[in-house]
Design a protein around this ligand. Structure first.
Ligand SMILES: [Zn+2]
Length: 214
């Protein structure tokens, strides 16, 4: 799942993972957890992400290959936040060794992304996203933690910089994938339910969900 920061790909990835019964693998979540746990990689990644920069290809690849090796990823998985560079995409192709890969791009105009980042709140304790429009200082309905602006959403310069980094690093990714029969671009500026419907329809044609026996 590809898309700029605040395109809604995290939200859509969660819904899709639940619908399909496969794990959502978010490199952002993995790195944030490592940051909270205070591991060396986690602290390094946190400092970079708070400035709107990207974690190195080598670090990202080792995080993802460790995660894909776990048993729950054997029946499929949704990647959110990876690959972000052409180099990472080439490595992913090697890791998959011919397994089918659907590539979904959630396209959202920059003006809408800036607006969403200004509005977005996350739980300072468990990291879950709040419903859009939640005022700062609200309480997480899941764990009781305080809802705050994400460090990388808070500053206008950082917001602008993240979109510039995304454009510079990740648009070549779209060129890398665009010619494939399993590449689709979806309008991510629609309401979340409409995005989810379109995403399901598109995926059902490319990678039909297996009939579950239970
Ligand atoms: Zn929480």
């Amino acid at each position: 799942m590809l898309g700029p920061p605040a395109s809604g790909k995290g939200t859509q990835a969660v819904r899709l993972a639940q619908a399909r019964g496969i794990p959502k693998i978010s490199t952002g979540d993995i790195l944030r957890e490592a940051g909270q746990a205070g591991t060396p990689l986690g602290l390094k990644a946190k400092a970079l992400m708070d400035r709107g920069e990207l974690v190195s290809d080598d670090d990202m690849v080792s995080i993802v290959s460790d995660r894909l090796a776990q048993p729950d990823a054997k029946q499929g998985f949704i990647l959110d936040g990876f690959p972000r560079t052409v180099s990472q995409a080439r490595t992913l192709d090697q890791m998959l060794a011919g397994q089918p890969l659907a590539i979904i791009d959630l396209a959202v105009p920059d003006s809408e992304l800036i607006h969403r980042m200004e509005d977005r709140r996350v739980c300072s304790k468990c990291g879950r996203n709040a419903e859009p429009g939640t005022p700062a200082g609200d309480i997480c309905s899941f764990c009781g933690g305080k809802m705050v602006m994400r460090a990388d959403d808070g500053d206008a310069e950082v917001r602008k910089h993240r979109l510039e980094v995304y454009a510079r690093e990740s648009k070549p990714l779209l060129d890398y994938y665009r010619g494939r029969p399993t590449f689709r671009s979806i309008n991510g500026a629609q309401a979340p339910d409409l995005v989810a419907n379109e995403l399901n329809a598109v995926l059902e044609k490319m990678v039909p969900a297996p009939v579950r026996s239970s």
